[in-house]
Design a protein around this ligand. Sequence first.
Ligand code: FE
Length: 298
Amino acid sequence: MNEGFVKTPEIQALLDRVAGVGVPDGNARAKAIIRDLVEHLMVLVARYEISEDEVWQAVNFLQKGAGEFGLIMPGIGLEHFIDLYLDARDAETGKSGGTPRTIEGPLYVAGAPLVDTGANLTQDPDDTTTLYMTGRIFGPDGEAVKDAIVHIWHANSKGFYSHFDPTGEQTPFNNRRRLRAAEDGTYSFHSKMPKGYSVPPNGATDQLMQLLGRHGNRPAHVHFFIEAPGYRRLTTQINFGDDPFAKDDFAFGTREGLLPVPNRQGDSAHVAFDFHLQRADSGDDERFSARERLSVAA
Ligand code: FE
């Protein structure tokens, strides 16, 4: 079927009615976006001669896979695209510089214990290497950032996160803390070394990856939010540069400048990593994105 079919007066009139064009109520921007979105879907149906069966297969996939949208978003590169898009917009407004942002992923939990720098993040037994991470948080003029809070979360040595562990073995907030950096901007913590992980076997993300001939693995990594008064909130993560998936992350979360190689000696591994924040132009720059996150009382 020719894609021109979508441009016929009958289909265009249908799209206008779908999007409430000419109806006074509703939101004009939403109307324009929904009209475009539905038209693009119609073009795909015509271009690929998608069958009725395939349409409903896709709907079933989205309905059943809704619980994994937080993984599908990075898996299809959309979460990384948002980072690249925000970078490009920043460049247009002269806001470049600092530690690169990268994807948050779906596994942050609000409400982690607030602790002082130097803390141990791992309260559950985990027979693996101990990770020691140290560094300093700088502002754009090389000044030490004061009153910074570093939110840290990572998986255990089996690749599972507390609060999302299918084995049920971890206690709340294991490998999750909000760390108060020192007044001179330095921070340090230790914890049990995380392992990379894969998407849940046979889940929606896994099915999608198989369809594309891809894998669903991430290298071992540590997530961070950094907030400090007067500075722009940073969402980032380090992925270990010596992990087999360091250059082949299914979630596209690995970025140049965020791939430190741990100094591994015996049963310890040390990562030295400094963070560089941008100055906040407004209170809006300091706040977290509006994403819905699990919140648990500590
Ligand atoms: Fe993660």
